[in-house]
Design a protein around this ligand. Sequence first.
Ligand code: GDP
Ligand code: MG
Length: 607
Amino acid sequence: MGLSGNTANIKKNILQQLEILEEESFPRHLLVSPELAARLAVITHAIDREVAVYLDRHGKVNEVMLGDSNTTLLIKTQIRRSTSRLSGLRCIHTHPGGDSTLSKPDISCLYECYLDAIVAIGTLNGRVTTIQAAFIEPDYINETGKSQDKYRHYGPLDSEELEAFPFLDILMEIDRQIINPTLHELEIKQEKALLVGFKQQKGSLLNGEDSLIELEELAKTAGAFVYAKQLLNIDKPTPGYYIGTGKLKEIALYRQEHSLDLIIFDNELSPHQQANLQETLGCSVVDRTALILQIFADRAKTKEGILQVELAQLSYLLPRLTGLGASMSRLGGGIGTRGPGETKLETDRRHIRGRINDLKNEIETIKKQRKVLRQQRQENRVPVAALIGYTNAGKSTLMNTLTNAGVLAENKLFATLDTTTRRLKLKQTEILLSDTVGFIHKLPHQLIAAFRATLEEIKYADLLIHILDASNPAYEAHIQSVNAVLHELAADDIPAILVFNKWDQVADTVELSRNLHEYEPALPVSALTGYNIPELLELIQTCLPNQPTLVKLLLPFAQTSLLSRLYKEGEVLAVEYTEVGISCSARLTEPLLSSVKPYMVKEAPVN
Ligand code: GDP
Ligand code: MG
């Protein structure tokens, strides 16, 4: 990881931008996110050289490279090469002339490094023109010695086509066609699972049946094939096996007959119970907590998210290590046992404790950085609205509908793990809208602790947009779960709008409409069909404090640091490099507004 290439003569603020980039992650399902493309275009313009970013399959930046002014070849030489699989890295680089056509060296880089893809961004005067991409032809890997003339070419793509580009589908298709791939990151192994729920749910908002339905969604999200479900009636869990011996035998037999790989318990098992059950049932046994941890681990995207999940997993595993080590390694890497990596599990507890400490320190550092960012944001009063709500309520879908942000939305729990922030244009102003992690009942306490920092962001929002699935009969319990977490975060006095989403699916809209006034301000919408979306935008506008001002500026070329401040703290709408200076329009609030006073061309009225 790092920054390579000749960095002499590069201005400090650009170096800073490059350093920030090195630590970042981008949506892994996008070939290249429009945001990343725009930023690379600006950097390329500023240094007048080609820039390349290598992303791994999680979307995390692996390396940033700068070209010399006259070379066009940015080969990452240290890629570990295997001749039987792709490297798991894609190279995204700029073509300063504006022409995104892939060059011969680009294609040989694709083949020499076994890249997932090579992507060229045509850039002109700090803006993106078009984007083209090429993928390896799997035959090349299967039959060594094939020529490099054949490759899969896509583009030129404009920004809209880019967001719809099925990057992961293409990549998975190629991975599947490679005969001996050893890189399975994107492959979902389907384990045949039996779910075991319990009628009695002490201190829980959902009843046993609804809880089991939710467990099924969780299991699917984790990639399991739900073969069967059982709802048991158990008065008092036994300390040894949780369930009684009769039931135990029954399940053991059932598992054998139907050759199941996995049994998932809806209630939390003690380490002792889990070990005993695995021994007797002869397959992987996990509980709801392990399942949720697994899902978080699979979906963590940002550095902070990845660290937090590892911390939560290790805290969960630590008391479970004794007596479990042997059976875990025998069972291999299935759901709930994949954990933070088999090799790590084999190391001793002391090592894990050390790792837990390191993780805590790293997270603490990130937290401090986050605080600085938040302070900057607060000083500048760019209003922030946070989308919150029970998982699967439609937050990501609504975010997409509102902003065309291209946030991953799918019918799986926890499709969104990390916070994504996008701009949202309202009638009178622009705001930042952030999509947050979904809430869920019986959230493992390790995770509440781990994700506190992420959830804490909610506390600093100006407005909460609380979304619920109005078609789910348990919606009131969901509202209560969310409110309970808000209360715990001391965020219950932030103005909130209650959005009754999936209105298109509500069975009795007349009946539900009658109840809406209890939740004011509330609005029925459908993020899917677009029903009431304009009304929602208006409601957000009315509930928001503090509005920024639209200004047009002409900055001297020497003031590039001011320009980067505008990007960071304001809402830059357009930038043009003219002969007399950098012309730009932006929406700004105080105190930034005052600092740019000398460069204002005219103060346009807010439209
Ligand atoms: P999140 O977990 O809150 O971010 O939920 P998602 O946005 O990922 O949505 C979960 C599922 O609900 C997806 O399958 C969406 O297509 C679906 N969905 C979201 N909004 C609506 C809606 O208004 N109507 C219907 N019928 N489905 C919706
Ligand atoms: Mg989501």
